[in-house]
Design a protein around this ligand. Structure first.
Ligand code: 5GP
Ligand code: ZN
Length: 115
């Protein structure tokens, strides 16, 4: 699915139809603060084009998939963090609630995933 869906929240933020606290933009990506932050820094980086999840994005457009990671690094650096976590939730059972691919950028608090 690559066309914007009328009921896709993140397509609407990308289009400017609903407000988002946008912190970074490129030709391929838009990054905005999560409305319910789970860490001192919690930004979502999304492709401008609609894909349901990270795997669909990576399969269809690897260049944009990589651009999300690059954008995340730039967001973290701009916010003053040299360490951060990147998370993709894929599937409702894994906690995905918005079915437009989005990369969570989290910093300032340990996720307790390792170490
Ligand atoms: P998911 O659970 O799908 O991986 O992540 C969706 C994220 O979108 C959640 O962290 C949630 O807080 C965030 N979110 C939901 N609605 C909005 C909204 O209207 N604006 C913004 N900026 N974030 C939202
Ligand atoms: Zn969308």
């Amino acid at each position: 699915m690559t066309s914007p869906t009328a009921d896709c929240l993140f397509c609407k933020i990308v289009a400017g139809d609903i407000p988002g606290d946008i912190v970074h933009q490129t030709e391929q990506t838009v990054a905005f603060r999560d409305i319910n932050p789970k860490a001192p820094l919690h930004v979502l980086v999304v492709p401008r084009t609609h894909y349901a999840n990270a795997a669909e994005l990576a399969s269809a457009d690897p260049t944009t998939s990589a651009a999300l990671v690059t954008a995340a690094a730039e967001v973290a650096a701009a916010e003053g963090y040299d360490a951060y976590n990147l998370v993709y939730n894929t599937g409702a059972a894994a906690g995905q609630t918005v079915f437009h691919a989005h990369l969570h950028v989290l910093a300032g608090a340990s996720l307790g995933l390792a170490g």
